[in-house]
Write a protein that binds this ligand. Structure first.
Ligand code: GTP
Ligand code: SPV
Ligand code: MN
Length: 580
């Protein structure tokens, strides 16, 4: 008996009976446990050592080449009624789903150790935090959970007090994509995942718990679980505004959350609260407050360098797990966009040959504790979180979407979020670069019907008159030659400054049918090599293109049938009418 909580003990016993591990190990979350697991994975080849002089305590994991990203086509929401999962999810009947996946779990841990990981999503003493227990046969999962969550003894204590926890069962199985499934049972607060050892498929605290299951709980309890970074922007005068931004996978959250202010904006400071997930609650005063349920980052490696993201570059110089990067002949990690060194072996461990494609996998990742981040905010541990001044949606769009615009009301902002579309990236298995609808950047992560989700978002307007303003940004507009029009990265602070000025009613804007756009002169471009014509293009809209867009948004919304809130339909119709 390893816990006083019989519901937990009996579940662990029942899983052990099904999966038949050689040993069961309860994880305590100590540094010694982490080190011991590292040593054993170095010994069996699960990890390899990187250059310890240049990259102390950094290790490389190469995942199976068929297992390098999330797999939305194998991810299911299992609700009694199919329409509760919605057209945005794959659905399976809960009984059928359990039967199908339990057959794969049967005996799957023979010869392996079963690890029991109690974890807490959110500051351990926060009323907004929620706990879970992940059972896994992957020591790689254990060390990632150690870096990314508050796990071990303290979490177990909280679980024993709360007497409730999300159950997550994971096994790497045989890694055959034909026997890979990620299933969610919102009504049971449980997750079952088999056949993948990768990121969001396997670190169940992250997307499976903190978004899919939590979004379901959040709807019932009146809060929001979102795919958002949280960052504090401190002005030279010392005022800090916290903003929460939802961009789809591999569309710039980690980079924005730890950006380095450009030299021409002296005195600005950036404080990172989170880079991927935010839980948002209304406080007693009606202000929206955010906590980051995670305590580490699982970030995209390619593109990281001293110019794009020096904080991340420095942060991953020590105590970092790299997954699927290349290696130089000196044993240093290497990736596309790194300015020094060259690859000797590629992400699959082969001698590097450009004919085989990129040296690092485009979705190669780093795992680090948040405290490694030079711009880490101590308020990431504050039980009440931080007040949110603005919500920012964004996507990766070559065309159409301007650099920034502001919604005219909360309900309009919900439509702006529901209309997010973005080019697909390597974060999910499948085609890259195709524009698809990704409402609130939650297409892969909302644990229930988007129609009900939008209604839930809309309902906040009746509960508070202090809600944040809502904006939309696009760092990814391109010219005909395929070059980005906007420099991006640290320079994005110039746009965030306009957003803050709008929140403080310090600057006027151009009213258009899609929202308020900046006067080009109100985006500071000091020291930027950007023409007036480009700024004009970035801060204006093409009405014909936008008419087509709003028609397409209307068709998309109607695919949610009678679950679509009337208020959202009305927003879309009014904008379309104004564009005509
Ligand atoms: P997930 O962890 O998958 O949820 O992604 P994320 O939203 O945190 O994305 P991330 O910040 O890791 O960025 C993904 C890719 O976009 C990287 O290759 C970055 O170099 C690139 N990127 C980020 N910000 C910008 C930007 O402002 N402009 C341009 N052009 N590229 C950017
Ligand atoms: C994403 O794909 O949005 C990620 C990486 O943040 S994963 O944890 O794999 O979901
Ligand atoms: Mn993400």
């Amino acid at each position: 008996m390893m816990t006083q909580l019989s519901a937990l003990q009996s579940w662990v016993d029942q899983v052990a009976k099904l999966t038949q591990p050689d040993a069961v190990r309860w994880c305590t979350g100590t540094d010694a446990e982490y080190q011991e697991l590292i040593e054993s994975m170095l010994a069996d080849g699960t990890l390899t050592t990187l250059n310890q002089a240049q990259y102390p305590n950094c290790y490389l994991h190469r995942s199976d080449p068929s297992d390098v990203a999330r797999v939305e086509h194998l991810t299911f929401i299992c609700t009694a009624d199919e329409t509760d999962a919605g057209p945005n999810n794959n659905w399976m009947d809960p009984d059928a789903a359990h039967a199908k996946i339990d057959a794969l779990f049967d005996g799957c841990m023979q010869g392996r150790t079963m690890y029991v990981i109690p974890y807490c999503m959110g500051p351990i003493d926060s009323p907004y935090a929620r706990c879970g227990v992940e059972i896994t046969d992957s020591p790689y999962v254990v060390i990632n959970m150690k870096l990314m969550t508050r796990m071990g003894e303290k979490a177990l204590q909280r679980i024993e007090n709360d007497k409730t926890f999300v159950k997550g069962l994971h096994s790497t199985g045989d890694l055959d994509p034909e026997r890979r499934l990620i299933m969610h049972f919102p009504a049971e607060l449980s997750i079952k995942s088999i056949g993948s050892g990768y990121g969001g498929n396997a670190l169940l605290g992250k997307k499976c718990h903190a978004l899919r299951i939590a979004s379901h709980q959040a709807r019932q309890e009146g809060w929001l679980a979102e795919h958002m970074l949280i960052v504090g922007l401190e002005s030279p005068e010392g005022a800090i505004h916290y903003i929460a931004c939802a961009f789809p996978s591999a569309c710039g959250k980690t980079n924005l959350a730890m950006l380095i202010p450009p030299k021409s904006l002296p005195g600005w400071k950036i404080w990172t609260l989170g880079d991927d997930i935010a839980w948002l609650h209304l406080d007693d005063d009606g202000r929206l407050r955010a906590i980051n349920p995670e305590s580490g980052y699982f970030g995209v490696v390619p593109g990281t360098n001293e110019a794009t993201n020096k904080n991340a570059y420095d942060m991953i110089r020590h105590d970092t797990i790299f997954t699927n990067v290349a290696v130089t002949k000196d044993g240093e990690p290497w990736w596309e966009g790194k300015k020094n060194g060259e690859p000797a072996t590629d992400w699959q461990g082969r001698d590097f040959d450009a004919a085989n494609g990129k040296a690092a996998h485009p979705n190669s990742r780093f795992t680090v504790a948040a405290t490694n981040n030079p711009s880490y905010s101590a308020l990431a541990d504050a039980p009440q979180g931080v007040p949110i001044a603005a919500i920012v949606f964004g996507g990766r769009r070559k065309e159409l979407a301007p650099l920034v615009y502001e919604a005219k009301s909360w309900a309009h902002g919900v439509l702006v979020g529901a209309s997010v579309a973005s080019e697909t990236t390597a974060a999910n298995a499948g085609e890259v670069g195709v524009v698809r609808r990704d409402p609130m950047a939650m297409k892969p992560f909302c644990g229930y019907n988007f129609g009900d989700y939008w209604a839930h978002w809309l309902s906040f307007a009746a509960r508070s008159d202090k809600l944040p303003k809502i904006f939309h940004v696009n760092w990814f507009r391109q010219n005909a030659a395929g070059e980005f029009l906007w420099p991006g990265f640290g320079e994005n602070l110039r746009v965030l400054r306009w957003i803050i000025d709008r929140c403080e009613n310090r600057v006027a804007a151009n009213e258009t049918p899609i929202g308020f756009l900046p006067n080009p002169a109100d985006i500071d471009t000091t020291d930027l090599d950007i023409s007036a014509a480009t700024m004009q293009a970035l801060t204006s809209i093409d009405r014909a293109q936008w008419r087509a867009e709003m028609e397409s948004v209307g068709e998309y919304l109607e695919s949610y049938g009678d679950r679509l809130p009337d208020a959202l339909r009305e927003q879309q119709r009014n904008i379309l009418a104004a564009l005509r």
